[in-house]
Design a protein around this ligand. Structure first.
Ligand SMILES: Nc1ncnc2c1ncn2[C@@H]1O[C@H](COP(=O)(O)OP(=O)(O)O)[C@@H](O)[C@H]1O
Ligand SMILES: [Mg+2]
Length: 258
């Protein structure tokens, strides 16, 4: 079976610093969210940037059986969309315009009504009222939502979201994960999301990767990847997985391992 993303023997890093030397993962599924977990500095952003061709890398990245590394960069850029932790500063465009620009940049010049499409995505994300606001005048959370709209309208096969919830309130965190899960399922794409809140990962993701020091420590179903042992090894905390009254798993941290 070749449907999904398989990372094989990936080497990446920065000019003077190797971050990943031979990372190999199982097949990341299509149609479901994969949570990318790990402490600060474990290489999550570096990995996503390597997948998106923004960091130099060697190895094999098989997306639905096709090696991304061998594709011309324009073709790869159409298939893979990376939403960074924070959007570039100083972009003086209306939110709606920025989504239209993202749509045009993805090569869909002949789409009949780009403006309507862009507006519909903003509406879906609950931010249609921001359509005429300038990006550089939005709050961090509002910018994240517009960034997500820009990413979705490009219709990637591989969607990479780097901490898309970090500036969102509780309501929007849930709302965004719900939409990302639904769009991932409807479009049958591979979506990898860096999530700091393990409980959100347990609630919304159907697959998980846990990194530490650029290495894969665990992978599989989120409920299996998150365990007292992995919480201790990866985060250095003494934690438990408890089940709430609805039977959903939650992590409770009792302390830091000295
Ligand atoms: N532009 C860069 N140049 C050199 N080293 C970097 C750069 N960006 C990140 N790093 C280093 O790479 C490691 C992994 O960082 P990163 O992938 O950003 O971690 P995470 O996203 O998991 O917090 C860290 O040690 C960090 O210092
Ligand atoms: Mg990061």
């Amino acid at each position: 079976m070749t449907d999904g993303l398989r990372i094989h023997d990936l080497h990446t890093g920065y000019r003077k610093k190797k971050i990943m030397s031979g990372l190999t993962t199982p097949l990341l599924p299509r149609g479901q969210i994969t949570a990318l977990l790990g402490p600060n500095g474990s290489g999550k952003s570096t990995l996503l940037r390597a997948l998106a061709d923004l960091n130099p890398a060697q190895g094999e990245l098989l997306l639905n059986g096709e090696d991304l590394m061998t594709l011309p960069s324009a073709t790869r850029a159409q298939k893979v969309v990376y939403l960074p932790q924070s959007l570039p500063q100083g972009v003086h465009l209306h939110a709606l315009e920025s989504v239209i620009v993202a749509r045009r940049a993805s090569g869909s010049l002949h789409s009949h009504n780009v403006e309507q499409e862009a507006y519909a995505i903003l509406d879906k994300l609950g931010v249609a009222h921001l359509a005429m606001s300038f990006l550089d005048q939005l709050s961090g959370g509002q910018k994240q939502l517009i960034g997500l709209a820009q990413s979705l309208i490009r219709e990637p096969d591989l969607l990479l979201l780097d901490e898309p919830l970090s500036a969102l309130d509780l309501n929007y965190q849930f709302h965004v994960m719900d939409i990302v899960a639904r769009e991932t399922r409807l479009r049958n794409i591979v979506t990898v999301v860096v999530i700091h809140d393990i409980n959100i990962a347990l609630r919304h993701a159907r697959y998980a990767l846990m990194l530490k020091g650029g290495e894969l420590i665990a992978s599989g179903l989120p409920g299996e990847v998150v365990s007292p042992a992995s919480l201790a090894t990866v985060y250095g905390v003494d934690g438990r997985v408890e089940y709430c009254s609805r039977g959903l798993p939650h992590v409770v941290v009792d302390g830091v391992i000295p």
